[in-house]
Design a protein around this ligand. Structure first.
Ligand code: UT7
Length: 336
């Protein structure tokens, strides 16, 4: 292990494996037009989404997480017992206790690895990457898995056309492990929140959970309530400023990046970011057409696609960025 600039042993972090899992059932824009007053043209133009996956009976946040983690372990060529810790980012955990992560660790055969659910909505996976990097860089943990797993269909109101067109179910996992090269890993990161804006995107369980002014409340508890226009505006400005800040802190320019992997919230938001960063086609990953917005799962779905396509190489700079309910927003800049 080499020595870092502060004289301590420098620990690098390597992306060892990635895996994903999807339910088998799909829900197309045409299917949605049979449920609510909408059509393929409106959904495509306003969101870029064509279809999304929906969990069938028996498929849960846990089962998708397990399948994605097994795939990531295979990709890494590791054994489950090598995991020290599993962070599971989700806004659709199975229960509040136990954590979904604890059962996932057991089911993949990784006990007694540490396990914890992480609640940062759509920012959850990138928050998880940042935490995993920090855990490994302390030297206390060698191998940490980060999973984003969601069954958003379970909290979606399929009578509300403003939200039901957006969301899909999926899971993705990444395995991070200590590396001898301290230049590898997370170079810069940010994790932010603005709780005063919580009422723009929330899932109320009881009347006590409603904001003072709840004009936009659909009347359906345990389903996602969203002020789409406000979230859209906030996402555009925040994503751009946090990217600028992160790149500046790291002394990196957009042309240095091999890929920008953003949370898939809306194609129009992503196109605006791409234009402002002046990125060529393909550098900012967009796959929302196939999966919709899968919250914490969207970033690992993109990462997996890039990796399987052979478009990421050792030494590449990759920027992850996400924003979601809370509001929470985050970046993570990695040298692979
Ligand atoms: O994951 C992070 C959190 N989420 C996001 O980042 C989502 C951010 N927001 C959005 O993606 C967009 O705001 C939406 C896709 C949710 C909505 O698109 P929009 O362009 O902001 O539409 P809008 O809410 O301004 O509605 C425009 C019109 C309205 O009709 P009127 O009042 O102009 O007659 C809506 O009633 O479109 C109507 N509309 C629809 N029409 C057909 C709303 N939903 C639909 C629909 N089909 N599904």
């Amino acid at each position: 292990m080499s020595t870092g600039p502060d004289g301590r042993a420098g620990v690098g972090v390597r992306l060892a494996g990635v895996g994903t899992a999807l339910p088998t059932r799909t829900l197309t824009n045409e299917d949605l037009a049979g449920l609510v007053d909408t059509n393929d043209e409106w959904i495509t133009q306003r969101t870029g989404i064509k279809t999304r996956y929906i969990a069938e009976n028996g498929t849960t946040t846990r089962s998708l997480a397990v399948d994605s983690l097994r795939a990531a372990i295979d990709d890494a060529g590791m054994q489950p017992g090598e995991l020290d810790m599993v962070l599971l980012a989700t806004m659709t955990p199975e229960m509040s206790c136990p954590s979904t992560a604890a059962r996932v660790v057991h089911e993949v055969g990784a006990s007694p690895a540490g396990a914890m659910d992480l609640a940062a909505a759509c920012s959850g996976f990138v928050y998880g990457l940042n935490h995993a990097a920090a855990l490994i860089q302390t030297g206390h943990y060698k191998t940490v898995a980060v999973i984003g797993s969601e069954t958003l269909s379970k909290i979606t109101n399929y009578e509300d056309r403003r939200t039901c067109i957006l969301f899909g179910d999926a899971a993705g996992a990444a395995i991070l492990t200590a590396d001898d090269d301290p230049a590898r890993g997370c170079l810069a990161q940010t994790m932010r929140s603005e709780g005063s804006l919580w009422g723009e995107l929330y899932v109320p369980r009881t009347p006590d959970d409603l904001p003072e002014s709840h004009d936009g409340f659909t009347g359906r508890f345990n389903t996602l309530q969203m002020n789409g226009q406000e979230v859209f505006k906030f996402a555009v400005t925040t994503t751009q400023s946090i990217i600028d800040e992160t790149l500046e802190n790291a002394g990196v320019t957009p042309t240095d990046l091999a890929a920008v992997i953003p949370h898939q919230s809306n194609r129009r938001i992503l196109e605006l970011v791409k234009k402002r960063m002046d990125l060529p086609d393909g550098k900012l990953v967009i796959n929302i057409d196939k999966y919709g917005n899968t919250s914490a799962a969207s970033v690992p779905l993109c990462l997996n696609e890039k990796r399987r396509a052979g478009e990421l190489s050792e030494g590449d700079l990759v920027l992850f960025v996400a924003i979601g309910g809370g509001m929470c927003w985050t970046t993570s800049l990695w040298r692979l």
